[in-house]
Design a protein around this ligand. Structure first.
Ligand code: SAH
Length: 225
């Protein structure tokens, strides 16, 4: 656990945050480490000022470029699924976006690798990591459907944008007993899948968890401001 010091970054009311945690518990999130991490992580700093007051609502919120910061329940659920296999050293995230999910992961695993295809979002996310003193994070502007070969194998991979089908390159980059959590499907709704490599074999167990709504996984890079 790389604990972060969030003092001095501005606190919204403790009560608002507690309400979110109570809501997540009511929805079935019971991993205490995940709940504690969400409780202390300032989600309002991952949003533009005009939206910051809504940061502790359990809802997805826009971050520009038609992208969204995922709903806290979904962040909690996916993180809980990843951590269920025990402690993780290396995790790959596809879709850095605001950097919120990355920051949550950085507190729970040894190293987080995160890739994003929209440069201005990545630039902003890096600034937030610096401001928060978040360590153990490496990011890259790239198309995440190819994973991040150089740092593979990963203990876990989390996809925060939805492809139509499971990218085979991500499966290849899973280590022994590695876990991939990713939404799969079309534009309006997808199935959240939990895929596990069986030991060191080329076999994978696959489970559908629930219906979710993510932005699509797109190919190529965007540099525009
Ligand atoms: N984890 C983010 C969620 C952002 S939404 C957060 O906590 O804020 C999903 C992100 O995936 C978007 O920023 C989008 O640009 C990115 N994305 C979509 N397709 C991608 C691809 N092929 N490679 C990398 N990132 C991608």
């Amino acid at each position: 656990m790389n604990s972060l010091d969030f003092s001095g970054v501005g606190m919204t009311s403790q009560r608002t945050r507690e309400r979110l945690i109570t809501r997540l518990q009511a929805q079935g999130i019971n991993n205490q480490r995940v709940l504690d991490t969400i409780r202390v992580t300032p989600r309002h700093l991952f949003l533009d000022e005009a939206l910051a007051h809504r940061a502790y609502e359990d809802t997805a919120l826009p971050i520009g470029f038609s992208q969204t910061l995922s709903q806290p329940y979904v962040v909690a659920r996916m993180t809980e699924l990843l951590l269920a296999r025990g402690s993780l050293n290396k995790v790959l995230e596809i879709g850095t976006g605001s950097g919120y999910q990355t920051t949550i992961l950085a507190q729970l695993v040894t190293e987080v690798f995160s890739v994003e295809r929209i440069n201005p979002l990545l630039v902003k996310a890096k600034k937030r990591f610096r401001k928060l003193g978040a360590t153990g994070i490496k990011v890259k502007l790239s198309d995440g459907s190819h994973g991040w070969e150089e740092h593979a194998p990963f203990d876990g991979i989390i996809g925060t944008a939805a492809p139509q089908s499971v990218p085979t390159e991500l499966l290849k980059q899973l280590g022994v007993d590695g876990v991939l959590v990713i939404p799969i499907g079309g534009l309006n709704k997808q199935e959240l899948r939990l895929i596990k490599r069986v030991g060191d074999t080329e076999q994978f167990d696959e489970e559908t968890i629930e219906t979710v709504k993510f932005v699509p996984l797109l190919s190529g890079l965007t540099y525009a401001d």
